[in-house]
Design a protein around this ligand. Structure first.
Ligand SMILES: CC(C)(COP(=O)(O)OP(=O)(O)OC[C@H]1O[C@@H](n2cnc3c(N)ncnc32)[C@H](O)[C@@H]1OP(=O)(O)O)[C@@H](O)C(=O)NCCC(=O)NCCS
Length: 164
């Protein structure tokens, strides 16, 4: 079963080796901390994250440096859709600006490809310029807007990338 295949990629960054792997239930506490530290609102609860760790329609990836989780990305898949969705990506504040977000994005794309999804889509807050630059640098194209998508009324910009 494809979803059960574990995978590990190691990326050599200027700040040292970063390993990207599938998250396991033992990572839950750190994932919750990362979620709380990275997002001011609409955070996922421990229960929601735990469910994604155990779901065939989600993949949670973690970036590990020196045995510490320094970032995470969550992908969603629908059985009936050829589009994978990058639901979230986060890097610990002290580790940002070192290419870890990019390494996670690369790994997310690889995982989506392996799951047979030729297209990856995501939404990003209109006021999140750092994330928008990361996606644009990585070949994502803006294709639409969800008006008042977030609880505080901010719009979401929609991006997509063909993975073939
Ligand atoms: C978006 C995010 C994942 C990017 O991760 P990252 O590992 O910092 O990504 P990169 O290393 O590619 O750097 C991103 C930018 O920050 C800059 N940067 C440099 N030093 C930095 C620092 N100390 N702190 C933050 N950003 C820094 C980088 O130079 C780069 O700028 P550029 O886009 O102008 O080139 C990260 O900022 C984050 O977790 N943000 C909070 C959660 C979030 O908004 N997620 C996206 C929506 S789900």
């Amino acid at each position: 079963m494809l979803a059960l295949v574990t995978s590990m990629e190691t990326r050599e960054l200027s700040t040292g080796r970063v390993r990207i792997r599938r998250a396991t239930p033992g990572d839950l506490d750190v994932l919750v901390e990362l979620e709380q530290a990275s997002f001011a609102r609409e955070r996922m609860s421990a229960r929601q994250i735990g469910r994604h760790l155990d779901s065939l329609s989600a993949e949670v990836l973690v970036a590990v440096r020196d045995h510490q989780i320094v970032g995470a990305a969550i992908l969603f898949y629908r059985r009936t859709s050829r589009v994978a969705r990058l639901y979230s990506i986060a890097v610990a504040a002290s580790e940002r600006g070192r290419g870890i977000g990019e390494a996670l994005l690369d790994a997310a794309e690889d995982h989506a490809r392996r799951r047979g999804r030729p297209l990856l889509r995501l939404e990003v807050r209109v006021d999140n310029a750092v994330a928008q630059r990361l996606y644009e640098r990585h070949g994502y194209q803006r294709f639409g807007t969800h008006l008042a998508y977030y609880e505080d009324g901010h719009d979401a910009l929609r991006y997509e990338k063909a993975l073939a």
